[in-house]
Design a protein around this ligand. Structure first.
Ligand code: HEM
Length: 443
């Protein structure tokens, strides 16, 4: 009889609220920077909410990450809010799953292999130097919007060989498109989503022109587009122009928003931690870089690497990721129904005090060879996600962060200007509300 009662005990849904009809808790999710923190202190590591029109369970911590990353295509598949999905396009790698995703990922990864990455170093350095010179002439500047131009120029230059793209139509359309990515998908002329959809069409047109021009040139440039035009899948097929357009758009986006956030966090945190910046400077001086930056020199920047790891822990550019449940499962005693959305949490994982004691302190020593906080626990440090969908541009991002930091530290001092709001807007990627105002001077 006991077993009968036990077997009837139904496993319950995680605790939590689902908010208002239709919009659920979307507005708090988007605009309250403490949303995740408040939920966690009320409900713990696993709770339900409703965002972007979907019943959603947030699962926090290394174990949850491991469960989700290891059960990709079994219990869960990647998903994005509808606005993001529509704006990325249906051929985008980001919205594919299963075998097709795996095979496309392999193909796109060719643009991020070590050999390709090494070939990006001189151009990345050159663009960085140009921007640093320009910033030094201004003395005072609002850095975040400038950093956005910088990362957009780097991305366009290395991915599609378009120089100074931030000054073109491509950039303004791209910005409007970005503003629709994480919104309620209401297509009206005055909504961010509606405007973004129009810009998607324009962007695809512009990218198509770039691709066609390129195909007419006898020799392809050595950029990601060149690599992708040559690339073939396992069956020997190349990408169609339709697909190439969506994939290029994805790469431009994925690399732009996130990198801008991480660079602005780096300059902010260095301004707030002069002792750490001093150690970064000392390492740079000891490296004695008289000629161009090389991959060998970059490998020797070990302290800088610890600092950058801590930047990505402390203010992760991507706060978490979404999955759709394809088969009901149980986790930590709760039932997670089919068709619900699950969110894994990067920002909250990076506050787990067993891996990151004193997590509110910015401390690069966590990542020293003795401590190696990133290796202590599977999926306990996940700025780039994990599993089958781990960030494809991870090494590109790390390269750009390092080159940026190195060139900057060699040439500039910077200080935060008083009277500015440093509180973070968190979606899509963290940035200080007033755009980070600084005074910048030559070394
Ligand atoms: C996916 C973070 C830079 C391309 C992801 C994911 C994260 C992430 C967390 C996984 C999303 C998920 O689990 O659903 C970051 C951070 C960056 C960065 C923190 C910078 C500091 C870049 C760059 C590129 C890029 C520079 C390319 C130029 C991609 C792509 C995916 C992805 C294509 C989708 C992979 C897939 O669905 O298989 N990124 N990223 N990322 N990232 Fe990045």
């Amino acid at each position: 009889k006991m077993t009968n009662i036990e077997s009837q005990k139904s496993v319950s849904l995680p605790p939590g609220e689902t908010g208002l009809p239709f919009i659920g808790e979307t507005l708090s999710f988007l605009f309250d920077p403490d949303f995740a923190k408040k939920k966690k202190s009320k409900y713990g590591q696993i709770y339900k909410t409703n965002i972007f029109g979907n019943d959603t369970v947030t699962m926090i911590g290394a174990e949850a990450n491991q469960f989700l990353f290891r059960n990709e295509n079994k219990y869960v598949v990647s998903t994005w809010p509808k606005s993001t999905r529509v704006l990325l396009g249906k051929l985008s790698l980001a919205v594919k799953d299963g075998n097709f995703h795996t095979s496309r990922r392999k193909l796109l990864a060719q643009a991020f292999q070590p050999r390709a990455l090494n070939s990006y170093i001189p151009k990345m350095t050159e663009i960085t130097q140009q921007y640093v010179e320009k910033w030094l002439q201004t003395k005072e500047l609002t850095w975040y919007p400038e950093l956005r131009k910088y990362t957009f120029d780097v991305a366009c230059s290395l991915l599609i060989s378009i120089d100074n793209a931030s000054q073109t139509k491509l950039a303004s359309d791209f910005e409007t498109w970005c503003q629709g990515l994480f919104t309620l998908p209401i297509n009206l002329p005055w909504t961010n989503f509606g405007k973004a959809l129009k810009c998607r069409a324009k962007l695809l047109q512009e990218i198509e022109t770039i691709i066609i021009n390129r195909q007419q040139q006898p020799k392809h440039q050595n950029d990601a587009l060149g690599i992708l035009l040559e690339a073939k899948d396992e069956e020997g097929n190349s990408l169609t122009i339709e697909e190439l357009k969506d994939q290029i758009l994805l790469l431009l986006f994925a690399g732009h928003e996130t990198l801008t956030s991480s660079l602005s966090s780096f300059v902010l945190l260095m301004a707030q931690h002069p002792n750490i910046l001093e150690k970064v400077r000392t390492e740079q001086e000891n490296l004695n870089i008289t000629e161009d930056i090389t991959s060998e020199k970059l490998k020797e920047m070990t302290y800088l690497e610890e600092v950058l790891k801590e930047v990505l822990r402390f203010i992760p550019p991507v706060g978490g990721g979404f999955r759709k449940v394809i088969e009901e499962f149980e986790f930590q005693g709760y039932r997670i129904p089919k068709d619900w959305t699950v969110q894994y949490q990067i920002a909250q994982t990076h506050k787990e005090s067993d891996i990151f004691p004193d997590y509110q302190t910015f401390d690069p020593e966590r990542f020293s060879p003795e401590n190696m906080a990133d290796k202590q626990k599977n999926f306990g440090y996940i700025p780039f996600g994990g599993g089958l969908r781990e960030c494809l541009g991870k090494e590109f991002a790390r390269l750009e962060m390092k080159i940026f930091a190195s060139v900057l530290v060699h040439n500039c001092h910077w200080q935060l200007l008083p009277d500015q709001d440093l509180e973070m807007i968190t979606i899509p990627s963290p940035r200080p509300r007033d755009g980070l105002k600084v005074k910048i001077t030559e070394v």
